[in-house]
Design a binder for this molecule. Structure first.
Ligand code: MG
Length: 338
């Protein structure tokens, strides 16, 4: 590893990013959590802060997607969904978000308005406000067009961590894999397909809320950068269990699978912005699956695997009975995906 300069792979959501965070970022801060809560050391989707009657969850994300407008969404929708979904992954009902917007000199008002309207309609869908913000403008060339950082706060009585999978749990995925990254890549590369490919970017609180009511969810994570392979590896490693995934149960839209193969991309490593991975108590799995499937974003949900005793490995079982280890991704060099 080149230890002197940041490379694109350091932001790729894989092993290089994890090592950067663990070796440089986290050690730089002396106080790593609020007393009684969780924080930097857990490296979860958000931090947990105890209050009198439960917990606040606090999370933050920055968004630098290219192109700014893509099929199925734009940077505004992405910025809101990224934060809502990290709160949801902690089992927290979103309360409010804030945003910091950095704009390059010369950026059109019309595009900024489109982005703000998109943020607003996504917030309206979830039913929460944007309550504070910051706007900065930098000189031409200082950044590429616009960067949006959002923070969100949510509430839960029982936070859900990505480190609590138990042997015997089943793994549910709430929708098909790969749509965000493949839609973005196709547009960037100017690829034309008969079917209009759309990003899956969606706010998932409505899905998670019903799932939480339906049964016991032990652990949760949204498979964004690093994809399903990255999220499962993180959950398995932190929970100190193995996860076995049944390849033919993983939902992938046919056209997405075809394009991923054509581009030589491992579909399990692609970035998603509208699906959640849930570890569920075995006896509750069918109930949770049914609840997820009853939501508009969860119709293609599937039970894709099970948790076994082990030391943190993810194993893919193919339809023919073959097995291979799904490795933690190193970190895609593909920037500006989310
Ligand atoms: Mg997350």
């Amino acid at each position: 590893m080149n230890t002197e300069y940041i490379r694109l792979e350091h932001g790729g959501g894989g092993k290089l990013m994890r090592l950067l965070i663990e070796n440089l970022v986290i050690p730089s801060f002396s106080i790593k959590k609020v007393e009684g809560g969780t924080g930097l050391l857990e490296e979860d989707d958000g931090a947990v802060i105890p209050i009198e009657n439960g917990y606040l969850v606090l999370t933050t994300d920055a968004h630098t997607v290219k192109p700014l407008f893509f099929p199925g969404g734009d940077i505004g929708k992405l910025a809101v969904c990224g934060t809502i979904n990290d709160l949801a992954a902690m089992g927290a009902k979103p309360i409010a978000i804030t945003s910091a917007i950095i704009i390059e000199e010369g950026f059109p008002f019309s595009q900024l308005k489109r982005i703000l309207d998109s943020m607003n309609s996504t917030l309206m869908e979830v039913g929460i406000p944007l309550v504070a913000g910051d706007t900065k403008v930098v000189e031409k060339g200082g950044i590429d067009k616009i960067v949006i950082a959002t923070s969100g706060i949510g509430y839960t009585k029982d936070p859900i961590f990505d480190s609590r999978l138990k042997p015997g749990n089943l793994i549910i995925i709430t929708g098909p894999v790969g749509r965000h990254e493949i839609a973005l890549l196709s547009q960037r590369e100017g690829l034309k397909f008969e079917i209009q490919l759309e990003s899956d970017v969606k706010p998932l609180w409505s899905v998670v809320e019903l799932a939480l009511k339906a049964g016991r969810i032990t652990s949760m994570k949204d498979p964004t950068r690093g994809g399903v392979a990255g999220a499962l590896n993180e959950m398995a490693r932190k929970s100190n269990v193995n996860i076995k995934i049944w390849e033919d149960k993983v939902p992938v839209d046919e056209e997405i699978r075809g394009i991923a193969e054509m581009l030589g991309i491992d579909i399990l490593e692609t970035t998603n912005e509208g699906i959640m991975i849930m570890g569920v108590a075995k006896e509750d799995a069918e109930k949770v699956l049914k609840a997820v499937k009853s939501t508009k974003y969860g119709r293609k949900a599937s039970i894709i695997g099970e948790v076994e005793k082990g030391e943190g490995i993810v194993i893919l079982e193919t339809s023919t009975g073959g097995k291979r280890i799904i490795e933690e991704p190193i970190g895609s060099p593909l920037p500006r995906i989310c």
